[in-house]
Design a protein around this ligand. Structure first.
Ligand SMILES: NC(=O)c1ccc[n+]([C@@H]2O[C@H](COP(=O)([O-])OP(=O)(O)OC[C@H]3O[C@@H](n4cnc5c(N)ncnc54)[C@H](OP(=O)(O)O)[C@@H]3O)[C@@H](O)[C@H]2O)c1
Length: 304
């Protein structure tokens, strides 16, 4: 059995795709839906997957795909305790770089597949997913990573394996810690942001993230950081990132796994990621005032 815990945007894309080719899928949700519908670049899928709203009495699964937001992981504990058995492997489809550590209560590193997710999508209602671009997942090039990739063969989800997952994860984190944070602070998509010092802010955030990434062994050089910053500051189209969707909906934000990780892991190496720390402070309660523009408060912290 393949169990998906958290069937929002990313869990929903995986459930729709896996459901089309495998019969043994279980969607573990806290808000029941009858039909799963996915509209995306590869077409439209509608299905009626097996749904569970209570982990009591469930048998362990062969695969557990965790696709909640990172900060919702501990709330998913009852699911993971029921579904993880001695033969289970846990794939963590979340942002950040601490996938393995985040689930260490339920599985040792040899039974965890950390997944870098590139798939812009939104759950517009329980069981209704809109996907804006193809889904691309990146996993380590090891035996569990290869087994995970084979789950998705014959689906529209592209899974690639890399011998340097750390670099892939930090590059994605750099994009999130810059563009995701700026958009969430402003409360609007990057394409609508016109603040004069936004480019400077993006660059400073990216360089701070890059310094920590390199200290952690990732290949994230200043040129890559400059590109990420340039893209964030000049983008003129594009939808709402998942962190912006959460802010506008008044939901707690996935900031600790992103900018928080830059601060936390930087401290391990004696790097003071003060600008990312400021992001964490400004975003900690931003969802309570979704329309307040907090970008000027961060820009004013830049040296003049
Ligand atoms: N969406 C994107 O474009 C995108 C792209 C790349 C990476 N990611 C990353 O992928 C991960 C998943 O994001 P997402 O956008 O799919 O989030 P999402 O749409 O908010 O989906 C998360 C789902 O988890 C469910 N959930 C939370 N706690 C639960 C619990 N205790 N038991 C059962 N279900 C629970 C939520 O249920 P409710 O509906 O009841 O809240 C929701 O359906 C995040 O780390 C995100 O940063 C997202």
């Amino acid at each position: 059995m393949i169990a998906i815990v958290g069937v929002g945007a990313i869990g929903g894309v995986c459930a729709a795709q896996l459901g089309a080719v495998r019969g043994d899928l279980l969607c573990c949700v806290r808000r029941r839906f009858e039909r799963l519908s996915l509209r995306g670049p590869a077409g439209e899928w509608t299905s009626a997957p097996r749904i569970a709203t209570d982990p009591a009495g469930l048998d362990p699964a062969t695969w557990v795909l965790l696709a909640t937001k990172a900060h919702q992981t501990s709330s998913a504990a009852p699911w993971l305790e029921a579904l993880m058995g001695t033969g289970s492997t846990l794939a963590v489809l979340q942002n950040g770089v601490e996938h393995v550590e985040r689930v260490s209560r339920w599985a040792g590193a040899d039974r965890v597949v950390p997944v870098v997710v590139d798939c812009p999508a939104t759950a517009i209602a329980p069981g209704r997913i809109e996907q804006r671009r193809e889904a691309r997942l990146v996993v380590p090039d090891d035996a569990p990573g290869r087994a995970f990739a084979s789950l998705f063969s014959d689906t529209a989800v592209e899974v690639s394996q890399t011998g340097d997952w750390t670099t892939a994860a930090w590059r994605k984190l750099c994009i999130n810690a810059v563009g995701g944070a700026i958009s969430a602070l402003a409360g609007r998509p990057l394409a609508e942001i016109r603040e004069p010092r936004c480019a400077e802010l993006a660059r400073a955030l990216a360089l701070e993230c890059g310094a920590v990434a390199r200290a952690e062994g990732a290949r994230v050089d200043d040129d890559f950081c400059a590109e990420v910053a340039e893209r964030a500051a000049t983008v003129r189209s594009g939808g709402r990132t998942s962190i912006l969707v959460d802010r506008l909906a008044g939901r707690a934000l996935e900031v600790d796994a992103r900018n928080g990780a830059v601060v936390r892991l930087g401290a391990r190496h004696g790097i003071d990621a003060w600008l990312n720390r400021r992001v964490c402070t400004l975003l900690a309660d931003a969802h309570l005032v979704p329309r307040e523009d907090r970008l000027p408060a961060l820009i004013s912290a830049l040296p003049s």
